[in-house]
Design a protein around this ligand. Structure first.
Ligand SMILES: *[C@@H]1O[C@H](CO)[C@@H](O)[C@H](O)[C@H]1NC(C)=O
Ligand SMILES: *[C@@H]1O[C@H](CO)[C@@H](O)[C@H](O)[C@H]1NC(C)=O
Ligand SMILES: *[C@@H]1O[C@H](CO)[C@@H](O)[C@H](O)[C@H]1NC(C)=O
Ligand SMILES: *[C@@H]1O[C@H](CO)[C@@H](O)[C@H](O)[C@H]1NC(C)=O
Length: 461
């Protein structure tokens, strides 16, 4: 999609403003504005007496789907696939995404003469995350047709695409998103909702959580996440707000979507054997707002041949993974400073290319990917606090040069082991032997639901 610039401008403002106010005032704002400014439908989910039996009572351990059955609500298409029909500027006249939702949401197949990228590579648009998950869920082997048999509940609402007119077309009110979804759930899901007050339900959006917040401090956000009925729903996004426990970040979809084990294995071998001629790499356009990017870009230029610099303002990389991966495969370390928001798709790109990520802020990954990344970041990344760079104390090149080659190899092997976990594989291969980002997303939600179920269902207590 071509609307990233405007979105990013708004988000950058949103982030910087948020940082400038204290936590106390955030809490006060949230309380006040949730109550006053986000219109909410009448409270809808009255607890009903129900006779739903927990599957754990009847399940047994030989059942591969035990504890992980998903009910995908059969919602009207107007909440999901119908929205795709408006891809040609009909949601917001300058936003076009007809090519991006093709091929299970992976986008168009990459057109390149480089044989490395000929199979299973796409011009993937990260905003299509919600389409990718939807497409994959349709062939998930543990779907439960009957809500009564499900452990967790997927609300197939394309919240990010649905948000576009609210965010970008001033004819509609910014703060009214989601009311139709809530009405539908009220009419059709009351019974399964009542089991745990909606806490075993989840929704996915290919945007950052800031886009669905309260539009008070920065005139940005649809209020969706502040609807009373959303207060128990796990909301999976490209970037969570670290202080909101119901938001969970899942990896940005990148251009590689392996369709079989051989394709993934041969990529991994290329990553392992790649000639890393540069100490580090910096990918991305400069932003005037955050000086960390500029400082790192300068460091990269000063390091001359030790740094590989790819400027996406000069080379178009948004829907072409080839130049990005050609650059990342050449470097040992990849700098991942905050951009317009704390996370970057480039962090996932760098894992997939075996380039050790150098992180500068905890919000960029540590506080995001708890379901997908190992707990000990020292085993696969380097952390340099951004203040230390901006005040001139830390020279990135010097720090990276001190890391011993044996340590670099160890970290890279750790990264390589993570590659399958951050990719969204092609849904067509049912015998795919690796656990991918989708599988870990379900796992994370299942763990959450399991801990819920240790306490008795609301409706029978
Ligand atoms: C958006 O709003 C403008 C008025 O500001 C209107 O003319 C236009 O039709 C609306 N729709 C789209 C798809 O942009
Ligand atoms: C692929 O790229 C080549 C060279 O740039 C171009 O001539 C060709 O039309 C492209 N094919 C498609 C399907 O876009
Ligand atoms: C959210 O869950 C709590 C139980 O933890 C329940 O009391 C509350 O009614 C639920 N909220 C909604 C909107 O269902
Ligand atoms: C620079 O920032 C680092 C990290 O916050 C801090 O430890 C160091 O004391 C600072 N140095 C100066 C000169 O301000």
């Amino acid at each position: 999609m071509d609307f990233s610039k405007t979105a990013k401008k708004h988000r950058a403002q949103s982030v910087s403003k948020r940082r400038s106010i204290s936590k106390v005032s955030i809490v006060v704002f949230i309380i006040l504005f949730t109550t006053w400014f986000c219109p909410s439908p009448d409270s809808i989910f009255q607890q009903e007496e129900t006779s739903i039996q927990s599957v754990q009572d009847v399940g047994h351990s030989s059942d591969a789907c035990y504890g992980r059955r998903v009910h995908m609500y059969d919602m009207p298409e107007v909440f999901n696939t119908k929205i795709l029909e408006f891809c040609d500027g009909k949601l917001v006249h300058w936003i076009h995404f007809c090519n991006h939702y093709k091929n299970y949401g992976f986008g168009e197949i990459v057109n390149t003469t480089n044989s490395m990228f000929r199979d299973d590579w796409y011009g993937t648009d990260a905003y299509m995350l919600e389409v990718i998950i939807f497409e994959r869920m349709r062939s998930y082997p543990c779907l439960a047709d009957k809500p009564a048999n499900a452990d967790i509940f997927y609300i197939p609402f394309f919240a990010g695409l649905d948000a576009l007119p609210y965010l970008y077309n001033d004819t509609r009110k910014m703060d009214k998103q989601g009311h139709e979804v809530i009405s539908w759930l009220r009419a059709n899901a009351a019974e399964s909702w009542a089991r745990y007050g909606g806490q075993d339900h989840f929704m996915i959006a290919g945007r950052t959580a800031f886009d669905f917040g309260i539009p008070t401090m920065d005139d940005w956000g649809t209020c969706l996440l502040d609807l009373e009925e959303m207060q128990n729903v796990t909301f999976m996004v490209l970037e969570r707000r670290p202080w909101r426990s119901l938001e969970q970040a899942i990896p940005y979809p990148v251009g590689f979507h392996p369709s079989n084990a051989a394709s993934l294995n041969s990529w991994i071998e290329r990553v392992r054997k790649s000639a890393r001629t540069h100490l580090f790499s910096f990918t991305g356009a400069l932003r005037p707002t955050l000086s960390i990017r500029r400082m790192l870009s300068n460091e990269c230029e000063n390091a001359a041949t030790e740094c590989s610099r790819l400027d996406c303002a000069k080379v178009s990389c948004s829907h072409n993974p080839v130049p990005i991966y050609e650059s990342l495969l050449r470097a040992n370390f990849c700098l991942q400073p905050r951009g317009d928001t704390a996370t970057r798709r480039s962090t996932i790109d760098s894992i997939v290319s075996g380039c050790i990520p150098v992180l500068f802020h905890e919000d960029s990954a540590q506080k995001q990917y708890m379901w997908h990344f190992p707990e000990d970041y020292r085993t696969f990344s380097v952390f340099i606090h951004e203040d230390c760079v901006t005040n001139g104390t830390c020279i990135v090149r010097d720090i990276l040069k001190k890391i011993k080659p044996a340590e670099v190899i160890k970290m890279r092997e750790k990264l390589i082991s993570m590659i399958p976990n951050v990719l969204y594989r092609n849904p067509s291969d049912v015998n795919f032997p690796y656990i991918d980002a989708f599988d870990l997303t379900i796992e994370g939600m299942v763990r959450k639901a399991t801990s819920l179920k240790k306490s008795p269902p609301l409706s029978t207590s």
